[in-house]
Ligand binder design. Structure first.
Ligand SMILES: NC(=O)C1=CN([C@@H]2O[C@H](COP(=O)(O)OP(=O)(O)OC[C@H]3O[C@@H](n4cnc5c(N)ncnc54)[C@H](OP(=O)(O)O)[C@@H]3O)[C@@H](O)[C@H]2O)C=CC1
Ligand SMILES: O=C(O)C1=N[C@H](C(=O)O)C[C@H](O)C1
Length: 267
């Protein structure tokens, strides 16, 4: 039995992850944690998630939530995740990270902790998006420099980071396949007399509104034709199932930084 603790237990993803743990074979919810002072502290994590009583109360201390857990699943915010990663590294627990919006420096800090413990960090835990990463690499290699690349992502109005972690990874995959440096060619903003589009740039556009779970489209736009590779998330459940699958996959792995491509055997 793999014993899992969940941070952000009362959040949008936290509830779906707690439900996915309940539905998975060989997995058990061992702890649940929220920000100290959160109104849900003391409540049953399963009841808050809407999947029935779990016998696990949401607590305000990660150390307490991890007491009888092997692995932590963390979908919160970069600053919170890095603090939680430090606790896991100190206690020798493994961790699955779904948070997005890391700066390059924060990403490096996460990699330093991964020298001590096995870590899965991925901006998108769905099978479909990870298949798209492979398709995008192949499309970019086939189409080369003759097609302009533009990426558009849509999310709900509560999302804090922009562009999404998934859109950034899509940009990185395409840039690498085209021999470009994503950080040099990503164009996040066009306004006024900004001039003609350069051949190398990858346009990154963001839409926020309502309850959109998450949609990503990469456009390869040529002369007289256009290819669109799109993924639409219809619920958060496959992200949650992916995170639980990653938690199981990590058991017995050596310390290091892994992603969903490793978990799904897509490398
Ligand atoms: N990798 C993937 O497949 C996916 C990644 N994500 C990413 O996951 C992250 C969370 O998304 P979402 O669930 O929508 O966000 P939510 O804001 O709904 O959830 C985050 C939760 O973390 C809580 N929290 C804040 N501080 C702490 C703390 N110190 N300890 C424990 N919990 C804390 C928040 O509490 P409070 O609200 O009170 O601050 C909130 O309940 C985002 O970065 C998002 O981009 C989302 C979906 C899929
Ligand atoms: O915040 C979200 O909701 C999501 N975030 C992830 C991202 O930033 O890529 C993944 C998914 O699209 C939902």
């Amino acid at each position: 039995m793999i014993k899992i603790a969940v941070t952000g237990a009362a959040g949008r993803m936290g509830g779906r992850i707690i439900t996915a743990i309940k539905e998975a074979q060989g997995m058990e919810l061992a702890g649940a944690c929220e920000r100290p002072g959160h109104e849900m502290i003391g409540q049953d994590a399963g009841l808050i998630a809407g999947c029935g009583e779990s016998g696990v109360a949401i607590c305000g201390s990660l150390e307490e939530a991890l007491k009888s857990a092997d692995v932590l699943i963390d979908f919160t915010f970069p600053e919170v995740t890095l603090a939680n990663l430090k606790v896991c590294a100190d206690l020798g627990k493994t961790i699955v990270i779904g948070s997005t919006g890391f700066t390059p420096e924060q990403r490096k800090e996460a990699e330093r902790y991964a020298a001590k413990i096995p870590v899965v960090l991925a901006p998108n835990m769905s099978v479909g998006v990870n298949a798209c990463f492979k398709l995008l690499k192949e499309a970019a290699q086939i189409l080369g420099d003759g097609f302009d690349v533009e990426i558009v992502e849509l999310h709900h109005n509560k999302k804090k980071d922009s562009p999404s972690g998934t859109a950034v990874r899509m940009g990185e995959v395409v840039a690498e396949a085209l021999g470009r440096d994503y950080n040099q060619v990503a164009n996040y903003h066009r306004e006024g007399m900004c001039g003609e589009r350069t051949k190398e740039e990858i346009g990154m556009q963001t839409v926020r509104g309502g309850d959109i779970v998450g949609e990503h489209t990469v456009y390869f736009i040529g002369m007289g034709e256009r290819i669109e590779i799109s993924h639409r998330a219809m619920s958060r459940d496959m992200f949650a199932r992916g995170a639980v699958r990653a938690a199981g996959w990590l058991a017995g792995k050596p310390a290091g930084m892994y992603d969903m491509q490793d978990v799904l055997g897509l490398k």
